[in-house]
Design a protein around this ligand. Structure first.
Ligand SMILES: [Mn+2]
Length: 339
């Protein structure tokens, strides 16, 4: 199904149900939270009941979003469950047992990850979309329901954060057209930027300092880590560890960056990778059992930080070599003469 067909089929399904649970992935980011709350406001404007469920904490810089105080940790009975940005029930905040006990009539999956899977009864996956918030925006337009300023704040936040503040390759003219419409619908970009980017807890900045101190660089690859002891030392929360990899890929000449965060329990860690769009990190994440986007992806891996770092850096090195070979190949191809 193309997007238009998906949207009209989805609108038919939404009209048939009265109550909805909306959820997204664990460790929710701006797109997960913004698109969930934006969809909640849209469904309510359509006369429906909607509950957003997250079991993981909402990072403090998203506490300003309209409706965030209504996010539930419990999974209520409903006609339909809508999963945003999830490739499975397991990836969501909802426990499988809780999900099976509730037996929703309908499951809906809306995603924009390349690793997205058709796990629900209705699936709409568009890897070209800049954010799931952009898909919810398309849905809102097609529904004919006017976009309220609450909906606009949530969807703008989703799009702003998932495009890296309109910097990633997924940013196109239509991204700005959406942003323009959302601003016209009541969003104040300056207030949103202040809430998201100028409200970092001190513990987050101190943790970034440790990650920068642990930085290593080799050619176009860089990597860093934080241990549990280091996370404890600055009193950092799990949310404080989000976004470190974005700083690593900002270094001149770097094509691939990896950030490893040690996890409690048996030796394991969380890996986040970034590129500038030419080196594809999602295939490396998939190789290790994770997923994501071309230029931003991650996974959880077992083993020590030291062994993990070696395995990941090997993969990034190899990806860089392939990238250089491709560039060399492209530059030796005969160029078409302009008439
Ligand atoms: Mn997203």
């Amino acid at each position: 199904m193309n997007n238009q067909a998906s949207i009209s089929a989805l609108l038919d399904l939404l009209h048939e149900c009265n109550s909805f649970v909306i959820t997204s992935h664990v460790r929710p980011d701006g797109d997960a939270i913004g698109s969930s709350l934006g969809l909640m406001h849209l469904l309510e404007a359509m006369g429906k009941q909607a509950t957003v469920v997250f079991t993981d904490p909402i990072p403090p810089n998203f506490h300003f979003l309209p409706g965030v105080e209504r996010i539930s940790r419990k999974f209520p009975a409903s006609d339909a469950v809508i999963f945003l940005e999830c490739d499975s029930v397991e990836r969501s905040s909802i426990e499988r047992l809780e999900f099976e006990a509730a037996q929703p009539i309908l499951t809906i999956n809306i995603d924009h990850h390349r690793s997205g899977r058709n796990f629900a009864q209705f699936n709409w996956i568009d890897p070209a979309a800049a954010a799931v918030g952009a898909l919810v925006y398309d849905l809102a337009l097609a529904s004919g329901v006017p976009i309220s300023s609450a909906t606009a704040d949530c969807l703008y936040t989703a799009i702003l954060t998932d495009t890296g503040s309109f910097n990633y390759p997924s940013t196109t003219a239509s991204t700005f057209a959406m942003a323009e419409h959302l601003v016209r619908s009541g969003t104040n970009p300056n207030l949103i930027a202040r809430a998201i980017y100028f409200c970092n807890p001190l513990s987050k900045v101190r943790l970034l300092g440790i990650a920068i101190a642990n930085l290593q660089i080799e050619g176009a690859v860089c990597w860093s880590h934080v241990t549990l002891a280091e996370i404890d030392r600055v009193g950092a929360s799990v949310e404080d560890c989000e976004g470190v990899a974005n700083h690593l890929i900002g270094i001149a000449g770097i094509e691939g960056a990896a950030f490893l965060r040690e996890l409690p329990g048996p030796p394991q860690f969380r890996l986040s990778m970034r590129s500038r769009g030419t080196l594809i990190v999602s295939t490396i994440a998939e190789h290790f059992g994770g997923g994501g986007h071309h230029s931003a992806s991650g996974c959880t891996m077992e083993g020590s930080l030291k062994d993990g770092t070696e395995r990941i850096v090997d993969e990034l090195r190899a990806a860089c070599v392939r990238l250089q070979e491709d560039r060399l190949h492209a530059s030796t191809q005969p160029t078409t003469l302009l008439a």
